[in-house]
Design a protein around this ligand. Structure first.
Ligand SMILES: NC(=O)c1ccc[n+]([C@@H]2O[C@H](COP(=O)([O-])OP(=O)(O)OC[C@H]3O[C@@H](n4cnc5c(N)ncnc54)[C@H](O)[C@@H]3O)[C@@H](O)[C@H]2O)c1
Length: 257
């Protein structure tokens, strides 16, 4: 087991990619805090249509240890309480996965400024606040890890004026924090998923999903488990000398110019 005994917080851990990361971490022996707005997994109209049971229950059912903590990552006090509860329950923190994120469709004319703020607060600001709160605890761990779930949209436009810039900033946030905490032995990395089959894709029309499938060189769309495998690697001892990096997990989506 590559993460035996480690304590991990995964934001957005009830659904989709975050749920996949929680399940994979637990299989590797980690004790997992599932931090999410909701406990029930989202059910998408195309993907994850019958996701169940809740992540912590699924982990417990397989003999692992997990705790669900209701959290809105855009509320600083809720994040502070999450850190306190984690340390009180499991005795410390080794891994923070900043995964919770939202997408609101719209361009510069029809995305409202309030929506822009919501996307940037959830997809960027919350990652900074959680990171800031986690670092004092991670400094006490011999295996401190921070992972940010970014996106292929960090590397190009096309997902709107809030989502793409926030994801690009997340990649650079990982680099900046990596410089700050390297001497503490804490690594900070980003993962850039391509199209992953989750409820996040509900805003798309079937023809748009098919276009993503066509544009992906490998012959299928991504799954939460594909991203989770990268997260396990970056959280493990095998990746102890990798920091400030971003690992694209996209079936080759952005390989072409
Ligand atoms: N699905 C994809 O194709 C894809 C591609 C690139 C990047 N990503 C990123 O991966 C991450 C996870 O996406 P997903 O596809 O699993 O999404 P999802 O919608 O399936 O799940 C997101 C989870 O986050 C939770 N969440 C949302 N806002 C929250 C908040 N304010 N506080 C706490 N929890 C909150 C939701 O309740 C949900 O359980 C996001 O950061 C997303 O931008 C997804």
């Amino acid at each position: 087991m590559r993460l035996a005994g480690r304590v991990a917080i995964v934001t957005g851990g009830s659904s989709g990619i975050g749920r996949g990361i929680c399940l994979a971490f637990a299989r590797e022996g980690a004790r997992v805090v599932v931090a999410d707005l909701r406990e029930e997994p989202l059910r998408g109209r195309y993907h994850e249509t019958d996701a169940a049971p809740p992540t912590a229950a699924a982990i417990a059912g397989s003999g692992g240890q997990a705790l669900f903590v209701p959290v809105d990552v855009t509320e600083d006090a809720a994040l502070a309480a999450l850190l306190e509860q984690t340390v009180a329950h499991f005795g410390g923190l080794d891994i923070l996965v900043n995964n919770a994120g939202i997408h609101i469709p719209g361009n510069s004319q029809d995305l409202t400024i309030a929506q822009w703020d919501r996307v940037v607060n959830t997809n960027l600001r919350a990652l900074f606040v959680a990171t800031r709160l986690a670092i004092p605890h991670l400094r006490r761990s011999p295996h401190g890890r921070i992972l940010h779930v970014a996106s292929v949209h960090a590397y190009g436009g096309g997902a709107g004026p809030a989502y793409a810039p926030a994801k690009a900033a997340v990649v650079n946030l990982a680099r900046d924090t990596a410089l700050e905490v390297g001497r503490d032995g804490i690594t900070v990395n980003a993962i850039g998923p391509g199209y992953i089959a989750t409820a996040l894709q509900d805003y798309l029309e079937p023809a748009q999903i098919e276009a993503c499938r066509q544009r992906t060189p490998l012959p299928r769309l991504g799954r939460p488990a594909d991203v989770a495998a990268a997260a396990v690697f970056l959280a493990s001892d095998e990746a102890e000398w990798i920091t400030g990096a971003s690992l694209v997990v996209d079936g080759g989506f952005i390989a072409s110019v």
